[in-house]
Ligand binder design. Structure first.
Ligand code: ATP
Length: 348
């Protein structure tokens, strides 16, 4: 919050965005474009990146926090891509729909003349410095890059006072990545398509999670490729269209953490464990120490354990750390709000 106040003083905007886990991830057949149709239940958890955008003379991105060395401080950074994409979109919209020319009186020449507006340079839109205070583990199946992209869209929209329609933000989010739309939304929601189509789900309750973060990340495309390989090896060619499972829907409707623990499902888990067999020991340990359920988060390698409250979370975190099977253990509560502004830009 102090950072947000400092950012406001410098004319910047700070947005907080949560990590996600997948309570259910059902992988359908591979599509012609290489993606897979998914049915997933996204769940935002209270582990956040804070993104601050400040007007600057050129586009730039910097990072702080424990995972900063794993993320590029270049144009490849998804947050910078998001800022530029929104700027382009706003400029294109301004060019397509220019402000009507103003009529002004010129005292020296008498008659009125037309002063055209400058649609190619919408007021206030220009390079920004994006700073990411990174607490979401990287390449961990928690959609940290997507979260940063979503937060940057929201931050630049506020900084440039664009008031972009939600439909347009969703369009840009889908262009940036499959998990960006959910990071805008937060809470608990169903994702379909390749994950970019997000719809609300009837869900009650707050859930306590213990997250075992691995030292080395896993590449999402590599995990999907391994999933395809394992299916091919088994001769599984008739993969049904993915649908949310009735057990998961019932558990969420009832706000029942025991039922939720039993309903956790991830079709990528086998592939993640095949690429990283060492994770099985951590998964077994979490369940042995009393978790209500445990699952690989998304494409992994983070493991998410559901527990029955804050004390259970502390006990499990201590047990996992003390046993030495997991080096980086975090606790988080879900659902959490999607990308939201922490400070108002000056002048709004
Ligand atoms: P997914 O959304 O596919 O589950 P993930 O959560 O496993 O992804 P990310 O943390 O998003 O993984 O990182 C994936 C890759 O994206 C990393 O190699 C990282 O260097 C790159 N990347 C680019 N920009 C960012 C960013 N702002 N934050 C994190 N990673 C980024």
């Amino acid at each position: 919050m102090v950072a947000a106040m400092t950012a406001a003083a410098r004319g910047g905007v700070t947005v907080r965005v949560p990590a996600k886990i997948n309570l259910e991830l059902i992988v359908g057949p591979r599509r012609a474009d290489g993606y897979h149709d998914l049915s997933t239940v996204f769940h935002a958890v209270g582990l956040y990146d804070d993104i601050t955008v400040t007007p600057a003379s050129q586009w730039a991105v910097t990072l702080s926090g424990p995972y900063r060395h794993l993320v590029p401080e270049t144009g490849d950074n998804l947050a910078l891509k998001a800022a530029r994409l929104l700027a382009q979109r706003a400029a294109a919209e301004a060019a397509a729909d220019p402000e009507p020319a103003e009529e002004v009186e010129e005292p020296s020449r008498g008659p009125l003349r037309q002063v055209p507006s400058k649609p190619e340079e919408p007021q206030g839109i220009g390079p920004v410095h994006v700073h990411i205070a990174k607490e979401i583990p990287v390449a961990a199946g928690m959609a940290g890059g997507s979260a940063d992209a979503a937060a940057t869209l929201v931050a630049c929209d506020a900084l440039w006072q664009l008031n972009t329609d939600r439909e347009v933000l969703d369009e840009l989010a889908a262009e940036l990545g499959s998990d960006v739309n959910f990071a805008l939304t937060g809470g608990t929601a169903i994702g379909s398509g390749r994950g970019e189509r997000v719809a609300p789900v009837l869900s009650r309750g707050r859930y306590h999670w213990v997250l075992a973060v691995a030292k080395e990340g896993l590449s999402t495309p590599a995990v999907f490729a391994e999933c395809d390989r394992l299916r091919d090896d088994r001769g599984e060619h008739d993969i049904p269209d993915p649908q949310p499972s009735p057990d998961m829907m019932a558990a969420l409707r009832g706000g029942d953490s025991h039922a939720l623990g039993a309903a956790l499902r991830n079709d990528l888990q086998e592939a993640a464990l095949s690429l990283r067999p060492d994770l099985q020991e951590v998964l077994d340990a979490g369940l042995e120490y009393g978790a209500l359920g445990g699952i690989v988060s998304g494409s992994g390698p983070t493991l998410a354990f559901l527990v029955d409250g804050p004390e259970g979370a502390l006990d499990l975190a201590v047990a996992l750390t003390a046993s030495g099977v997991a080096s980086d253990v975090k606790r988080a509560v879900g659902p959490a709000h999607g990308a939201h502004v922490l400070n108002a830009p000056a002048g709004t």
